[in-house]
Ligand binder design. Structure first.
Ligand code: ADP
Ligand code: MG
Length: 286
């Protein structure tokens, strides 16, 4: 990673910087049997500078998960492009790690073997895998005692830590997180959020976090991007005016409540406006 301040506006034309993510003019629709295609994303634009953390928040079905799959190279958009450090992302890319809402671990593999699976696929030998596993266990604060266990023997939170370690295995430039903590209770979730920030301090990957939680978005992100209802596009891009490192106490600051109010207002607009009919939204120029 290079030295520009994370989250700072990208004024240097540094789209080619490691980890700089550029999503431009994405349209995506799904074919439906016996019906018109379902338009899910409509002119979606997003810039995340290297090492930046952006939270995406929006109504159910607004296309957030679809967008992450496009960014990860798992889905091809009808129009528009995703570039990472200046190169187009057109297929799954080891430089992009993805964590889903459910851990999606391989049930027959131990935690350790789930974490090292991407390394196996990438052809790493056992010695290197073991060494990397060791680092990953520390990075996501896994208890060493559990790494020989299978997913069914682990709590939901621990499974999600394993999924996170797996996503980080190949040191991705970008980490995409799709509501990763939403199945956890509030306290575990807050702990995970803080750990995510700690992890970011060490790894400095670019992060895109989909969440339904305004406090989570404000605690974790530099910017909160609010999506319209389907077909999804950006209705607001709000800077979180709190410096790092952050603590839970920062969430009590007045500036945070102002930010939360602003996000809520845009979300209200997004969900009460008929799809595609928002008038004051900064739509992508077609
Ligand atoms: P979000 O994550 O914002 O809740 P999604 O991106 O999961 O929304 O889904 C957006 C819309 O696209 C939903 O209506 C969903 O049913 C539809 N959808 C998602 N994936 C597919 C698919 N593979 N085929 C058809 N429709 C899909
Ligand atoms: Mg989703």
């Amino acid at each position: 990673m290079t030295g520009s301040a994370p989250g700072s506006p990208d004024t240097s034309g540094s789209h080619h910087e490691t980890g700089a993510l550029h999503v431009a003019g994405i349209d995506l629709s799904f074919a439906r049997r016996g019906a018109e295609r379902l338009a899910v994303l409509d002119g979606f634009d997003l810039e995340v500078p290297a090492g930046g953390i952006v939270a995406l928040i929006g109504p159910n079905g607004s296309g957030k998960s679809t967008l992450l799959r496009v960014i990860a190279g798992l889905l091809t958009p009808d129009r528009g492009a995703v570039t990472l450090a200046g190169r187009p992302v057109v297929a799954p890319d080891p430089a992009i790690g993805l964590v889903f809402q459910e851990p999606r671990l391989l049930p027959w593999r131990t935690a350790a073997d789930n974490i090292t699976y991407p390394l196996e696929l990438a052809g790493w030998d056992r010695e290197r895998r073991t060494q990397r596993l060791d680092e990953l266990i520390d990075l996501v604060a896994l208890e060493r005692g559990i790494i020989g266990q299978r997913p069914s023997e682990l709590s939901g939170g621990t499974q999600q830590r394993v999924a996170l370690a797996r996503a980080l295995a190949l040191q991705p430039e970008v980490l995409l997180l799709d509501e990763p903590f939403s199945a956890l209770d509030a306290l575990s979730r807050e702990r995970f959020d803080l750990e995510l920030l700690g992890l970011w301090e060490r790894a400095r990957s670019t992060i895109v976090l989909v969440t339904h939680s305004i406090p989570e978005a404000i605690l974790v992100a530099d910017r909160v991007v609010v999506l319209s209802s389907r077909p999804g596009h950006v209705v607001a891009d709000i800077v979180v005016p709190t410096s790092r490192p952050r603590t839970v106490a920062d969430l009590d600051a007045a500036v945070v409540s102002t930010t939360a109010t602003e996000i809520r207002r845009h979300l209200g607009d997004a969900s009460s406006t008929p799809a595609g009919a928002a008038t004051d939204a900064p739509r992508a120029a077609a």
